[in-house]
Design a protein around this ligand. Sequence first.
Ligand SMILES: [Zn+2]
Length: 55
Amino acid sequence: MAKVEMTTIALQCTECKRKNYFIRRNKKKKYSKKLSLKKYCPHCRKRTLHKEAKT
Ligand SMILES: [Zn+2]
């Protein structure tokens, strides 16, 4: 079985700067683009843009 190193990154709301989501990704894969997703923010109580941030 291949061992896959995972890293955790946070998705941070661009409006209130809160980290609402945590996702795990393969460390070895290269991601050229930074993630930015429309997600529901419980603090803003609406869907806002969430950007990748360090945990
Ligand atoms: Zn927010």
